[in-house]
Design a protein around this ligand. Sequence first.
Ligand code: NI
Length: 201
Amino acid sequence: MKQFPLLLIALASIALGVWFGLQSADEKENPYAHLGGDFTLQSDQGPVSLNDFHGKVVVLYFGYTRCPDVCITALSKVAQAMRTLDENEREQIQPIFVSIDPERDTPKIASEYARYFYPGAIGLSGSPEEIAKVAKRYLVIYEKVPMKDSAMDYSMDHSSIIYIIGQDGKIRSLVHHADTAEALVKYLRETLAGTLPKKPA
Ligand code: NI
């Protein structure tokens, strides 16, 4: 799946901003402070908001259920990391999957897909407008790619980042889907302990 130079540029800009000390005091503490935020979307059990998990760590991933590759890699890795953690740690972490293909992924389909990887995971969808709004705030890039001579009609190209969100609802770390489950476990433990993001020395 094609990667997105635009996202890399955006992430590089965030890193550069930190280096040049251009941010507010809040952003000096957390370079991701201006990214993300609360949202409300639909699961098969009804509406779910990020703020519902205040006090918990959230592992958030955007993808689509018909994805042939990176979504499976990323969500399997999240599940593997969750199984590596102990029960006490697991209880403090909520994995959430958000579909960027709302035309095909109903809340029911998104929910079942998320639970297929990890029974405690939540899968969300919404109207195309709602999804676009959330994606924009998390710098998630996606686009339809028409498929000729295919029953699927189209696939979705999409950026593939696992967001680790702290107990206060703010992003703590961005993990690439190619990072190991061990790395994800390490970041989750550091987030639970409140030591991410690392402060500049
Ligand atoms: Ni995907």
